[in-house]
Design a protein. Structure first.
Length: 260
């Protein structure tokens, strides 16, 4: 077996980030937002953490996501993104990708992210499961079942099957957690993994999911949905002029589904 060694001068281990969790936020966190499941993950987290924030609507059906000032903080031309004026070392920081934002907020304020390294790894598993699978696959399912002008039976079945598989995987995880006396997706308690998954899971009807098949999932969704912070986040509405839906607007479909 080959052994690799680093012969450089050993450097001191980096401290955990941040070394001490913050308890206050003076200036509002700037949130670039659209009222979609990816956007709501962050309003849920901000409400749960009781932080001051300012909402900047990004109308992705009209191309706001391609404005240079938005691309400067979110180069993948997608919401959500934040700017925290009180970032590391007290300097501003911008962050894109919902998982990175949730981890940043949880680490900064030392909440909703378990209390041990082991627990954080478990929360990360389900956070990344959402960002890499549950979100994108349900998104493709929406695309081929609801938005695509051409109904392609192969694509529709492929993503409906995958959506069903993912709901089954989630339900089984919640059953394991329940057997261990835990009410939430990962670790001991409610975490950023639940925040990431919750709003995507509200679309289960669109994904052909029968709740009777997944009662543990259904009970978890009700439990999360009853949290006051989640209800405050869900109550945020944008002016119709600030949000157009690809389901009903041809111009929005042209902008969102013809990118190269
Ligand atoms: N992986 C990204 C996905 C974000 C995403 O898909 N955002 C959509 C709205 S829900 C968007 O901004 N779409 C605009 C576009 O594709 O041009 C995350 O988790 O932040």
């Amino acid at each position: 077996m080959l052994e690799y060694r680093c012969h450089g001068v050993p450097s001191a281990a980096l401290p955990l980030v941040p070394d001490t969790a913050m308890t206050t936020q003076t200036l509002p966190i700037e949130l670039y937002y659209t009222a979609t499941p990816n956007g709501r993950k962050i309003t849920i987290a901000l409400e749960e953490l009781d932080l001051p924030y300012a909402l900047h609507p990004i109308n992705i059906g009209r191309g706001d996501q391609f404005r240079p000032e938005f691309l400067a903080i979110s180069p993948n031309n997608k919401i959500p993104a934040i700017v925290d004026p009180e970032g590391p070392d007290g300097q501003p920081i911008s962050i894109f990708e919902s998982g990175a934002i949730l981890k940043y907020l949880a680490e900064k304020f030392g909440r909703f992210y378990g209390s041990s390294w082991r627990e954080r790894v478990k929360i990360d598993e389900w956070l990344f499961w959402q960002v890499g699978g549950f979100g994108p696959m349900l998104g493709q399912n929406n695309h081929f079942s609801r938005y695509a002008p051409e109904k392609i039976p192969y694509a529709i079945k492929r993503y409906q099957d995958e959506a069903h598989r993912l709901y089954r995987v989630l339900d089984e995880q919640l059953q394991r957690q329940s057997a261990a006396g835990r009410d939430y997706v990962a670790g001991e308690d409610y975490s950023i993994a639940d925040m990431a998954i919750f709003d995507w899971s509200r679309g289960s009807d669109n994904h052909g999911i029968d709740l009777a098949e997944f009662p543990t999932f259904a009970a978890w969704r009700t439990r999360v949905g009853e949290r006051p912070a989640v209800q405050r986040a869900l109550a945020i509405t944008l002016e119709p002029s600030q949000q157009v839906s690809a389901a009903t607007d041809e111009k929005a479909r042209a902008i969102m589904f013809n990118q190269r």
